[in-house]
Design a protein. Structure first.
Length: 267
Protein backbone atom coordinates (compact mmCIF):
# COMPACT_ATOMS: atom_id res chain seq x y z
CA UNK A 1 0.00 0.00 0.00
CA UNK A 2 1.37 3.43 -0.98
CA UNK A 3 2.07 6.09 1.61
CA UNK A 4 -0.63 8.39 0.18
CA UNK A 5 -3.23 5.62 0.15
CA UNK A 6 -2.44 4.67 3.74
CA UNK A 7 -2.61 8.31 4.84
CA UNK A 8 -6.04 8.72 3.22
CA UNK A 9 -7.34 5.45 4.68
CA UNK A 10 -6.02 6.13 8.18
CA UNK A 11 -7.12 9.75 7.94
CA UNK A 12 -10.65 8.54 7.17
CA UNK A 13 -10.64 6.46 10.35
CA UNK A 14 -9.48 9.43 12.45
CA UNK A 15 -12.06 11.65 10.76
CA UNK A 16 -14.82 9.24 11.76
CA UNK A 17 -13.43 9.06 15.30
CA UNK A 18 -13.50 12.86 15.60
CA UNK A 19 -17.03 13.10 14.22
CA UNK A 20 -18.27 10.47 16.66
CA UNK A 21 -16.50 12.30 19.50
CA UNK A 22 -18.47 15.46 18.67
CA UNK A 23 -21.66 13.70 19.73
CA UNK A 24 -20.21 13.39 23.23
CA UNK A 25 -19.36 17.11 23.42
CA UNK A 26 -22.55 18.76 22.15
CA UNK A 27 -21.74 21.97 24.05
CA UNK A 28 -18.89 22.85 21.69
CA UNK A 29 -20.96 22.19 18.58
CA UNK A 30 -23.83 24.20 20.05
CA UNK A 31 -21.52 27.14 20.69
CA UNK A 32 -20.30 27.04 17.09
CA UNK A 33 -23.86 27.26 15.78
CA UNK A 34 -25.28 29.71 18.32
CA UNK A 35 -22.52 32.29 17.85
CA UNK A 36 -23.11 32.84 14.10
CA UNK A 37 -26.87 32.99 14.69
CA UNK A 38 -26.28 35.71 17.28
CA UNK A 39 -24.05 37.64 14.85
CA UNK A 40 -26.64 37.39 12.07
CA UNK A 41 -29.50 38.54 14.29
CA UNK A 42 -27.46 41.27 15.97
CA UNK A 43 -26.16 42.87 12.78
CA UNK A 44 -29.24 42.21 10.64
CA UNK A 45 -31.84 43.39 13.15
CA UNK A 46 -29.98 45.93 15.31
CA UNK A 47 -27.40 47.57 13.05
CA UNK A 48 -28.94 47.12 9.59
CA UNK A 49 -31.27 50.09 9.96
CA UNK A 50 -28.28 52.43 10.34
CA UNK A 51 -26.08 50.72 7.75
CA UNK A 52 -28.36 50.34 4.73
CA UNK A 53 -31.40 48.25 5.66
CA UNK A 54 -32.20 45.36 3.32
CA UNK A 55 -29.13 46.06 1.17
CA UNK A 56 -26.91 45.71 4.22
CA UNK A 57 -28.53 42.41 5.18
CA UNK A 58 -27.69 40.92 1.79
CA UNK A 59 -24.19 42.39 2.01
CA UNK A 60 -23.77 41.07 5.55
CA UNK A 61 -24.56 37.36 5.28
CA UNK A 62 -21.65 36.36 3.02
CA UNK A 63 -19.34 38.27 5.35
CA UNK A 64 -20.62 36.35 8.35
CA UNK A 65 -20.16 33.13 6.37
CA UNK A 66 -16.50 34.02 5.80
CA UNK A 67 -15.99 35.09 9.41
CA UNK A 68 -17.61 31.96 10.83
CA UNK A 69 -15.67 29.44 8.73
CA UNK A 70 -12.52 31.31 9.78
CA UNK A 71 -13.60 31.11 13.43
CA UNK A 72 -14.01 27.33 13.06
CA UNK A 73 -10.21 27.22 13.33
CA UNK A 74 -10.80 27.80 17.04
CA UNK A 75 -12.66 24.47 17.23
CA UNK A 76 -9.75 22.76 15.48
CA UNK A 77 -7.20 24.34 17.81
CA UNK A 78 -9.03 23.25 20.95
CA UNK A 79 -9.63 19.73 19.63
CA UNK A 80 -5.98 19.24 18.72
CA UNK A 81 -4.71 20.67 22.01
CA UNK A 82 -7.18 18.51 23.94
CA UNK A 83 -5.96 15.32 22.25
CA UNK A 84 -2.38 16.32 22.96
CA UNK A 85 -3.00 17.18 26.62
CA UNK A 86 -4.95 13.98 27.33
CA UNK A 87 -2.27 11.76 25.82
CA UNK A 88 -4.37 10.57 22.87
CA UNK A 89 -1.60 11.62 20.51
CA UNK A 90 0.73 9.24 22.39
CA UNK A 91 -1.72 6.41 21.85
CA UNK A 92 -1.92 7.14 18.14
CA UNK A 93 1.88 7.15 17.99
CA UNK A 94 1.96 3.54 19.17
CA UNK A 95 -0.31 2.39 16.34
CA UNK A 96 0.88 1.32 12.87
CA UNK A 97 -0.67 4.31 11.11
CA UNK A 98 0.39 7.19 8.89
CA UNK A 99 1.79 10.24 10.69
CA UNK A 100 -0.35 12.41 8.40
CA UNK A 101 -3.55 10.62 9.42
CA UNK A 102 -4.04 12.36 12.77
CA UNK A 103 -3.76 15.92 11.46
CA UNK A 104 -5.62 15.09 8.23
CA UNK A 105 -8.43 13.48 10.22
CA UNK A 106 -8.76 16.53 12.45
CA UNK A 107 -8.88 18.97 9.53
CA UNK A 108 -11.35 16.84 7.57
CA UNK A 109 -13.67 16.28 10.53
CA UNK A 110 -13.76 20.00 11.24
CA UNK A 111 -14.71 20.55 7.62
CA UNK A 112 -17.91 18.74 8.59
CA UNK A 113 -18.39 21.34 11.33
CA UNK A 114 -18.09 24.01 8.64
CA UNK A 115 -20.90 22.36 6.66
CA UNK A 116 -23.17 22.35 9.71
CA UNK A 117 -22.52 26.00 10.53
CA UNK A 118 -23.08 27.09 6.92
CA UNK A 119 -26.43 25.29 6.84
CA UNK A 120 -27.51 26.90 10.12
CA UNK A 121 -26.41 30.37 9.01
CA UNK A 122 -28.07 30.02 5.61
CA UNK A 123 -31.39 29.22 7.23
CA UNK A 124 -30.97 32.12 9.66
CA UNK A 125 -30.07 34.43 6.79
CA UNK A 126 -33.22 33.44 4.90
CA UNK A 127 -35.26 34.30 7.98
CA UNK A 128 -33.85 37.86 8.17
CA UNK A 129 -34.29 38.54 4.45
CA UNK A 130 -31.12 37.29 2.75
CA UNK A 131 -31.61 35.69 -0.66
CA UNK A 132 -29.39 34.03 -3.24
CA UNK A 133 -29.79 36.08 -6.42
CA UNK A 134 -27.38 34.14 -8.60
CA UNK A 135 -27.66 30.79 -10.35
CA UNK A 136 -27.67 27.44 -8.59
CA UNK A 137 -24.21 26.60 -9.93
CA UNK A 138 -22.81 29.92 -8.77
CA UNK A 139 -24.34 29.41 -5.32
CA UNK A 140 -22.81 25.94 -5.07
CA UNK A 141 -19.47 27.42 -6.12
CA UNK A 142 -19.88 30.03 -3.37
CA UNK A 143 -20.46 27.41 -0.70
CA UNK A 144 -17.61 25.31 -2.11
CA UNK A 145 -15.27 28.30 -1.86
CA UNK A 146 -16.28 28.85 1.78
CA UNK A 147 -15.59 25.20 2.58
CA UNK A 148 -12.20 25.37 0.84
CA UNK A 149 -11.33 28.36 3.02
CA UNK A 150 -12.59 26.51 6.10
CA UNK A 151 -10.37 23.52 5.26
CA UNK A 152 -7.39 25.81 4.74
CA UNK A 153 -7.93 27.57 8.06
CA UNK A 154 -8.12 24.20 9.83
CA UNK A 155 -4.43 23.64 9.13
CA UNK A 156 -3.59 26.82 11.03
CA UNK A 157 -5.70 25.49 13.88
CA UNK A 158 -3.88 22.15 13.82
CA UNK A 159 -0.49 23.88 14.04
CA UNK A 160 -1.56 26.20 16.88
CA UNK A 161 -3.18 23.31 18.75
CA UNK A 162 -0.03 21.20 18.53
CA UNK A 163 2.14 24.14 19.59
CA UNK A 164 0.07 25.09 22.65
CA UNK A 165 0.94 23.14 25.77
CA UNK A 166 -2.56 23.16 27.26
CA UNK A 167 -6.15 23.71 26.16
CA UNK A 168 -6.20 26.99 28.08
CA UNK A 169 -3.17 28.29 26.19
CA UNK A 170 -4.73 27.12 22.93
CA UNK A 171 -7.89 29.09 23.68
CA UNK A 172 -5.94 32.29 24.26
CA UNK A 173 -3.64 31.76 21.27
CA UNK A 174 -6.62 31.08 19.03
CA UNK A 175 -8.42 34.30 19.90
CA UNK A 176 -5.44 36.68 19.87
CA UNK A 177 -5.01 36.59 16.10
CA UNK A 178 -8.51 35.56 15.00
CA UNK A 179 -10.29 38.77 15.96
CA UNK A 180 -8.07 41.21 14.01
CA UNK A 181 -7.82 38.71 11.15
CA UNK A 182 -11.58 38.56 10.68
CA UNK A 183 -12.66 42.06 11.65
CA UNK A 184 -10.00 43.99 9.67
CA UNK A 185 -11.81 42.94 6.52
CA UNK A 186 -14.89 43.65 4.44
CA UNK A 187 -16.90 41.00 6.27
CA UNK A 188 -19.12 43.55 8.04
CA UNK A 189 -18.30 47.00 6.67
CA UNK A 190 -16.78 48.70 3.64
CA UNK A 191 -13.00 48.86 3.58
CA UNK A 192 -13.28 52.37 2.12
CA UNK A 193 -14.33 53.46 5.61
CA UNK A 194 -11.01 52.33 7.12
CA UNK A 195 -8.13 54.72 7.78
CA UNK A 196 -6.02 55.09 4.64
CA UNK A 197 -3.05 53.12 5.98
CA UNK A 198 -5.31 50.22 7.02
CA UNK A 199 -7.19 49.88 3.74
CA UNK A 200 -4.49 47.83 1.93
CA UNK A 201 -4.41 45.40 4.87
CA UNK A 202 -8.15 44.94 4.62
CA UNK A 203 -8.07 44.62 0.82
CA UNK A 204 -5.47 41.85 0.86
CA UNK A 205 -6.98 40.04 3.84
CA UNK A 206 -8.16 36.60 2.62
CA UNK A 207 -11.36 37.02 4.65
CA UNK A 208 -12.22 40.06 2.52
CA UNK A 209 -11.61 38.09 -0.67
CA UNK A 210 -13.72 35.15 0.47
CA UNK A 211 -16.53 37.46 1.60
CA UNK A 212 -16.53 39.46 -1.65
CA UNK A 213 -16.24 36.35 -3.82
CA UNK A 214 -19.15 34.76 -1.99
CA UNK A 215 -21.25 37.90 -2.49
CA UNK A 216 -20.50 37.81 -6.20
CA UNK A 217 -21.41 34.14 -6.52
CA UNK A 218 -24.58 34.56 -4.47
CA UNK A 219 -25.58 37.60 -6.51
CA UNK A 220 -25.53 39.89 -3.46
CA UNK A 221 -24.23 43.49 -3.25
CA UNK A 222 -20.43 43.62 -3.11
CA UNK A 223 -20.37 47.14 -1.66
CA UNK A 224 -22.42 49.13 0.83
CA UNK A 225 -24.55 52.02 -0.42
CA UNK A 226 -22.63 55.29 -0.53
CA UNK A 227 -19.19 53.72 -0.97
CA UNK A 228 -17.35 53.35 -4.31
CA UNK A 229 -16.38 49.95 -5.61
CA UNK A 230 -12.82 49.05 -4.73
CA UNK A 231 -10.35 49.06 -7.60
CA UNK A 232 -7.73 47.00 -5.75
CA UNK A 233 -6.60 43.80 -7.47
CA UNK A 234 -7.98 41.44 -4.77
CA UNK A 235 -11.41 43.08 -5.06
CA UNK A 236 -11.42 42.99 -8.86
CA UNK A 237 -10.36 39.31 -8.88
CA UNK A 238 -12.01 38.20 -5.65
CA UNK A 239 -12.83 34.61 -6.64
CA UNK A 240 -9.35 33.96 -8.03
CA UNK A 241 -7.62 35.57 -5.06
CA UNK A 242 -9.82 33.71 -2.56
CA UNK A 243 -8.90 30.38 -4.16
CA UNK A 244 -5.20 31.27 -4.38
CA UNK A 245 -5.14 32.48 -0.76
CA UNK A 246 -6.83 29.29 0.47
CA UNK A 247 -4.43 27.08 -1.49
CA UNK A 248 -1.46 29.12 -0.26
CA UNK A 249 -2.56 28.67 3.37
CA UNK A 250 -2.79 24.90 2.83
CA UNK A 251 0.60 24.77 1.08
CA UNK A 252 2.28 26.67 3.91
CA UNK A 253 0.57 25.32 7.01
CA UNK A 254 -0.06 21.66 6.08
CA UNK A 255 3.65 20.74 6.01
CA UNK A 256 4.27 22.87 9.12
CA UNK A 257 1.47 21.05 10.96
CA UNK A 258 2.77 17.64 9.87
CA UNK A 259 6.33 18.55 10.91
CA UNK A 260 5.09 19.77 14.28
CA UNK A 261 3.09 16.58 14.79
CA UNK A 262 6.16 14.48 14.02
CA UNK A 263 8.16 16.38 16.65
CA UNK A 264 5.38 16.02 19.21
CA UNK A 265 4.82 12.35 18.45
CA UNK A 266 8.54 11.54 18.68
CA UNK A 267 8.92 12.80 22.27
Amino acid sequence: MSTVTQAIRDGGVITWRNLVAMKRVPDALLALTVQPIMFVLLFALVFAGSLGGDAYREFLIAGIFAQTVAFNVFFTTIGMANDLQKGIIDRFRSLPMSRLAVVLGRATADLGVGVITLVVMSLTGLVVGWRIRGSVLDALAGFGLLLLFSFAMSWIGVLVGLTARTVEVAQSAGLIWLFPFTFVSSAFVSIQGFPGWLQPVGEWNPVSAVARASRQLFGNPTQLPGFPESQAWPAQHAVLYAVLASVAIIVVFLPLAVARYRRVASR
